[in-house]
Ligand binder design. Structure first.
Ligand code: ADP
Length: 169
């Protein structure tokens, strides 16, 4: 697809299993900077997940509905191929701590080398710097309170899912 240079599009990629308040902070701020923000869920069949890709897309659609210029999508394969196919010039990544930067810098340089697609880093709001989907899942699994870490609808769906899993196991 040829990119329309007048429309500035960015992609926020990730697993979003599930979307947290930290992700939403970055998505909301990105929505103010770009004409269109695509939240792209990576389809990774080798990684076990709490929510299916479709469930993650549905939750993301719900919690980003207040941003008219944000849309959600799923992709597999290389992120740069997805960007090229969709006329996206910028990958936007949230940085929680220096430890994120080490890995993200390599990815950014690789993606720039592969396809000339730039990555921009946005420091997270410090209140979310410890927040990761994996941690939220771990806390929830052991009955901890993670209600302040995820949107209400995600909180409710997580409690349901964990109860379903516990009943099965
Ligand atoms: P996680 O790293 O939380 O397990 P993802 O793979 O879904 O989850 O994260 C996707 C992207 O979202 C990360 O690469 C990072 O750019 C951003 N991100 C994740 N958590 C946060 C946070 N707490 N604050 C800001 N950005 C975040």
């Amino acid at each position: 697809m040829t990119a329309d240079p007048t429309i500035r599009k960015a992609v926020c990629p990730g697993s979003f299993d599930p979307v947290t308040n930290g992700h939403l902070d970055i998505i909301g701020r990105a929505a103010q900077l770009y004409d269109e923000v695509v939240v792209a869920v990576l389809i990774n069949k080798t990684k076990s997940s709490l929510f299916t890709v479709q469930e993650r897309l549905d939750l993301l659609t719900e919690v980003t509905s207040k941003y008219p210029n944000v849309r959600v999508d799923a992709f597999h394969g290389l992120l740069v191929d997805y960007c090229r196919a969709n006329g996206i010039a910028v990958i936007l990544k949230g940085i929680r701590a220096v430890s994120d930067f080490d890995y993200e810098l390599k990815m950014a340089q690789m993606n720039r080398g592969l396809a000339g697609i730039d990555t921009l880093f946005m420091p997270t709001n410090p209140e979310y710097s410890f927040l990761a989907s994996s941690l939220v899942k771990e806390i929830a699994t052991y009955g901890g309170d993670m209600s302040s870490m995820v949107p209400d609808v995600v909180h409710a769906r997580m409690l349901e899912r964990i109860e379903e899993k516990n009943r099965r196991d």
